[in-house]
Design a protein around this ligand. Structure first.
Ligand SMILES: *[C@@H]1O[C@H](CO)[C@@H](O)[C@H](O)[C@H]1NC(C)=O
Ligand SMILES: *[C@@H]1O[C@H](CO)[C@@H](O)[C@H](O)[C@H]1NC(C)=O
Ligand SMILES: *[C@@H]1O[C@H](CO)[C@@H](O)[C@H](O)[C@H]1NC(C)=O
Ligand SMILES: *[C@@H]1O[C@H](CO)[C@@H](O)[C@H](O)[C@H]1NC(C)=O
Ligand SMILES: *[C@@H]1O[C@H](CO)[C@@H](O)[C@H](O)[C@H]1NC(C)=O
Length: 792
């Protein structure tokens, strides 16, 4: 019975679809209607099975073997029958050239097979640019944020968008706006930083740029703001629970969502894995409906994180079966399922019994409508498939590579320089005096770009390692390379005795050269199976129980320092490390290069040689100790006090530490010297609102051109509930030639100075402090007071 009906329906509908396409009479094919109108019309024509099919997709269309895509027809068809809303490319180490023709065929075939002509939409992560190999390998998110250069980031986001478009990707699973609240989280390198304002600024630009409309009015690439809501999983663990009342969520974690929703309208959002206050986000009606939709005004589609619905049953045990999990997630407001492989949980809703449940039907209808709206908005029903020629002309084009170099150069953060740098090129190499450079460490000869980067760390097609960039720039004869240690696992794994010899060799290399550049880090690799089980110590799925350098790396560094060789320490990782006093005082210069992509090596060498003046700044504070939490600069006043008697005594107490670590948020050095003077604050009227205006004169007092980030922080003197000791509210990156000055003015509408109290926006009047300067450290800031009268 069912079969006959369906076949008859298929026949009729196919004829209808063809006829309608020809005459353009069917509303859902009418491009003059809005995406919402078209979606509503199409929804009315869909069978229950077709609707449920749109709730999921073929997350990984291809496999990989020997660097080439593989395709299993059986697996594909099994999935496609029940889950066919979106499709994804699959393994990161497949190459764009191989993939595009295969994907184009699958898409054409699927469209052809679809009764109503409903196309797939390709969904992919986009952290370092393309998810698959062959595009420009941009730096990871924390690297790009360290540039503090929003206009440049916007151009990079446009390049990332265009490479995605060239591959037919019209929906990205980015940006990740989780505020870094715990340095132990292995995913921090995918995020922008510890400050919610900074995160919001970068993420809003990413979304605006991705979702720009083309000449047909179609959104180029839909975005997924994520993970609502996360920041401080228990113990720094990715999928662990967190606590927090509504003030914490709205004031500390949600500001990037608030800004992005108001200013850039992300078309979708991903619920986080985390339980908040005991309720997993995938079934958290209160946070998804009351807070996200209600207080924050989000109107787009809400999707699950990968496997998250299944975890309700298998991990959190708040559902008693797969179907129970699916129904609960749907009821809470999840509208689309991201399921990495095999049968998704929403696909179980195909069972005809659910079609008889009005509540389920209306939730599915609403979800499908929201999903189809994105397909219409992005032009999926009309756009031609991307051509191989256009793909080849777009990926890695000259402009994209140049933008990549530019942002990488601005993302390296110099944390110490006692005058050793920049190095004098004439003193290195065959003709020179001092001789050679020893390039040392387990991260010196790989590309460590993060696990969302399509990069095999050992494959030179993904870029030069730091070692190779040195050899290219100064000649092979000027460089002595030694790995120093291959033990990069946490120290409790293995005894590392095999490294004694390697460390001794590195020390000899350092002595022979007279100068050491030692590259330490954590990572590495991506989601390819060959890296999942390797010596991974950072990235998704790997939290840090210790914030020192994993394995024997500290021993290697100490041995080189003990030998008295001038040493530049370079950190290459998505995480912060605890640098002990001996490291801080004995290294002559220190850099954090984060996960800087294919030009990490080139940019570092240019910087060490003084061709580039570093201008990156930390977007996360470097902790002084494993246990010195919270680490972020914007702690609450009561977090930094307590104890008895002495000003040095905190309830939280370690005698040599302070609540303000020197390598703080916003900090980063330059080869030139900037000064700020004549800081002023005033209250002004702009149209219908009051603004606080802070201006300061920035001067390049040194003798080379450079860029400085002017940062503005604030706090009301007394607040209704606790408010951070200071909070970033504006920043501007300014380039100045030697001797030049510029008056920099930063304006903040007064209404932006508020915060939520139990869900209500509250603005205090009275005295405010504003600090302007070059980092969040007190010594780098000028304090200005202003009184904000009550408003009317
Ligand atoms: C394709 O996948 C199916 C399971 O879905 C498996 O049984 C079969 O062996 C696979 N075929 C190949 C050629 O790998
Ligand atoms: C589309 O379907 C028709 C009829 O079944 C078939 O002849 C044609 O080859 C199909 N095209 C693609 C691209 O699959
Ligand atoms: C890269 O930076 C250089 C130096 O600031 C600038 O001249 C060039 O235009 C930039 N390139 C792009 C593509 O923006
Ligand atoms: C580390 O150095 C700081 C400043 O140089 C000093 O105040 C502190 O006592 C030192 N801590 C230890 C444990 O040596
Ligand atoms: C600003 O106000 C604070 C708190 O009242 C006070 O301690 C400080 O001296 C004032 N600073 C200036 C520059 O007025």
């Amino acid at each position: 019975m069912v079969v006959i009906n369906r076949a008859a329906l298929l026949l009729v509908a196919n004829v209808v679809a063809v006829v309608c396409r020809r005459h353009d009479a069917t509303p859902y094919l009418d491009t003059t209607l809005s995406p919402a109108e078209r979606a509503t019309d199409l929804l009315g024509r869909m069978t229950w099975e077709e609707k449920v099919g749109q709730l999921g997709g073929v997350r990984r269309a291809f496999g990989t073997a020997g660097g080439k895509p593989t395709f299993n027809r059986t697996t594909y068809e099994t999935t496609r029958t029940t889950q066919n809303g979106q499709i994804g490319y699959g393994p990161q180490l497949n190459w764009a050239n191989d993939l595009l023709p295969l994907m184009n065929n699958l898409r054409a075939e699927h469209l052809n097979d679809s009764r109503l002509g409903i196309p797939y939409i390709i969904v992919a992560d986009s952290v370092n640019g393309l998810w698959v190999s062959g595009g420009t390998l941009f730096p990871g998110t924390i690297s790009m944020a360290s540039s503090w250069n929003l206009p440049l980031y916007e151009q990079v986001a446009a390049a990332m968008r265009d490479e995605n478009l060239a591959m037919g990707v019209h929906w990205v699973l980015s940006p990740e706006v989780d505020v870094i609240q715990d340095p132990r989280n292995g995913r921090n390198g995918e995020m922008y930083g510890e400050d919610s304002y900074l995160v919001g600024e970068f993420a809003t630009r990413y979304i605006k740029t991705m979702q720009e409309r083309d000449e047909n009015g179609w959104v180029k690439v839909a975005t997924t703001i994520k993970h609502f809501v996360f920041g401080g999983g228990s113990g720094g663990v990715n999928r662990a629970s967190m606590f927090g009342g509504i003030n914490h969520i709205l004031n500390d974690l949600a500001p990037p969502y608030r800004k992005a929703i108001e200013e850039a309208r992300p078309l979708s959002l991903m619920a986080s894995y985390s339980s908040v206050d005991g309720v997993p986000l995938s079934i958290n009606r209160h946070l998804l409906q009351d807070v996200l939709r209600g207080t924050l005004g989000f109107e787009g589609l809400i999707m699950s994180d990968a496997n998250a619905i299944e975890y309700l049953f298998t991990e959190s045990k708040v559902a008693s079966s797969r179907e129970d999990a699916a129904v609960k997630a749907l009821a809470a407001g999840l509208e689309h399922e991201l399921h990495p492989g095999g049968r998704g949980l929403f696909s179980d809703l195909r069972d005809p019994k659910y079609e008889a449940e009005p509540d389920v039907v209306s939730l599915v209808d609403e979800s499908v409508r929201a999903f189809l709206e994105i397909k219409f908005a992005t032009g999926m029903f009309e756009r031609p498939l991307p051509s191989v020629e256009s793909m080849k002309a777009t990926l890695r084009n000259e402009r994209h590579l140049e933008l990549n170099r530019n942002i990488t150069r601005e993302s390296l953060v110099m944390l110490k320089n006692d005058g050793l740098l920049p190095l004098d090129r004439d003193e290195i190499g065959a003709g020179g005096g001092r001789g050679k450079i020893a390039v040392l460490g387990p991260y010196a000869d790989i590309i460590n770009a993060g696990n969302y980067a399509p990069a095999d760390p050992l494959d030179r097609r993904y870029g030069n390692s730091i070692r190779l960039s040195f050899e290219k720039e100064l000649g092979v004869d000027s460089i002595i390379y030694a790995q120093g240690t291959s033990t990069i696992l946490p120290s409790y794994v293995g005894d590392g005795s095999a490294d004694e010899q390697a460390i001794a060799e590195a020390v000899e290399a350092a002595k022979a050269a007279g100068l050491a550049v030692i590259v330490l880090g954590s990572g590495f690799g991506n989601f390819d199976q060959k890296f999942i089980n390797n010596e991974r110590t950072d990235t998704e799925g790997y939290a840090h129980a210790d914030l020192g350098f994993p394995g024997r790396q500290q021993q290697l560094l100490d041995a080189v320092l003990d030998a008295g060789v001038p040493t530049v320490l370079v950190m290459n990782a998505g995480q912060v490390f605890v640098l002990d006093n001996s490291t801080m005082s004995r290294c002559r210069a220190i850099f954090h290069v984060w996960l800087a992509g294919e030009y990490t090596g080139d940019a570092l060498v240019e910087t060490l040689l003084g061709d580039i003046n570093p201008s990156g700044k930390l977007t996360v504070t470097m902790p002084q100790h494993n246990g010195a939490f919270p680490v972020a600069y914007d702690l609450l006043p009561s977090d930094g006090v307590g104890g008895f008697g002495s000003a040095l005594a905190y309830d939280w107490h370690w005698p040599q530490l302070t609540r303000k670590p020197p390598l703080a948020f916003g900090f980063g050095l330059s080869y030139t010297t900037f000064s700020m003077s004549d800081a002023e604050v005033s209250l002004r009227k702009r149209q219908n609102h009051k603004v606080v205006s802070v201006s300061v004169t920035l001067t390049n007092a040194g003798n080379i051109v450079g860029k400085e980030v002017v940062q503005l922080y604030y706090r009301p003197r007394y607040t209704t509930i606790e408010f951070p000791v200071m909070k970033l509210i504006r920043f501007a990156k300014v380039e100045l030639t030697p001797g030049d000055s510029k008056r920099v003015a930063l304006e903040v509408p007064v209404r932006e100075l508020g915060y939520f109290v139990d869900g209500q926006w509250n603005i205090d009047h009275g005295e405010y402090s504003f600090w302007v300067g070059s980092s969040s450290r007190e010594e780098d800031l000028t304090l200005l007071n202003v009184t904000i009268p009550s408003f009317g």
